[in-house]
Design a binder for this molecule. Structure first.
Ligand SMILES: NC(=O)c1ccc[n+]([C@@H]2O[C@H](COP(=O)([O-])OP(=O)(O)OC[C@H]3O[C@@H](n4cnc5c(N)ncnc54)[C@H](OP(=O)(O)O)[C@@H]3O)[C@@H](O)[C@H]2O)c1
Length: 215
């Protein structure tokens, strides 16, 4: 698929490199330093290009948002109408500017607020595990792989993001409608808290849903 990536930091570059390895075409955007985008594109090769956020969103069949919560309004303003009618895959967690907690939660979420800002897009949340893991040579945790919870109001759009996260090498779970994001985002921050504030290590800490097969 063609994927426009808005935000090419830890998460955008980590997902992008793995998506390129799986055969997807990418357009990276959104940096204060265009040379960073150029270097990332050069490290991936001909399946990647760079552009403005508007160009990346026009390029993508899916538009991946991978910027900090505080930058969401600016990034969306730069996208303009280019993501209208498209699947917008949000990897954004509503982490506050001091990275000590969530700026919003329990009654709404980053994904739900993004859906309000992009009312004609099909917003699906798919926050990956720690970016450090995405940049690790292996995603293996013994026999397991890190999970990711995917939610969104359109089941077909959800399936596409589930499939893209599987292509990345994760083991995602379909969590149903977008409202689940208000439960998923605190869980994502819990993993960051354990990995960094509690010292478990970003490259060694992930989560995955365990389900007993009762069939
Ligand atoms: N890091 C993790 O482990 C992790 C895990 C799960 C979810 N998340 C979520 O994923 C999202 C991205 O996190 P991240 O760690 O990838 O963040 P990051 O490394 O800081 O990347 C943010 C991106 O936004 C760009 N940016 C920031 N301010 C900008 C501005 N004023 N103008 C233009 N571009 C600007 C940065 O470009 P430059 O810096 O090059 O200017 C960079 O490309 C966040 O919402 C976070 O909560 C992160």
């Amino acid at each position: 698929m063609k994927i426009g990536i808005i935000g090419a930091g830890n998460v955008g570059s980590g997902l992008g490199k793995r998506l390129a390895t799986s055969g997807h075409e990418l357009c990276f955007s959104y940096s204060r330093d265009p040379a960073k985008l150029d270097a990332l594109v050069a490290s991936i090769g001909t399946s990647a290009r760079s552009g403005t956020p508007e160009e990346a969103a026009r390029f993508g069949e899916v538009v991946l948002l991978a910027m900090t919560w505080t930058q969401v309004p600016d990034a969306i303003a730069q996208i303009g109408d280019a993501a209208d009618g498209k699947i917008v895959w949000s990897a954004v967690n509503a982490v506050n500017s001091t990275m000590t907690g969530l700026a919003i939660g329990t009654t709404t979420s980053a994904a739900e607020e993004i859906a309000r800002l992009l009312p004609t897009s099909n917003v699906v949340e798919g926050i990956p595990c720690n970016a450090e893991i995405l940049h690790s040579p292996s995603l293996d945790f013994g026999a397991d792989r890190p999970g990711a919870f995917v939610c969104g109001d359109d089941p077909q759009a959800r399936q596409i993001v589930l499939s893209l996260l599987s292509d990345v090498g994760l083991a995602p779970t379909d969590a149903g409608p977008l409202v689940a994001a208000r439960l998923i985002e605190p869980t994502g921050f819990l993993i960051a808290y354990l990995a960094y504030a509690q010292g478990m290590g970003g490259a060694n800490t992930a989560m995955k849903l365990l389900r007993r097969n009762t069939a």
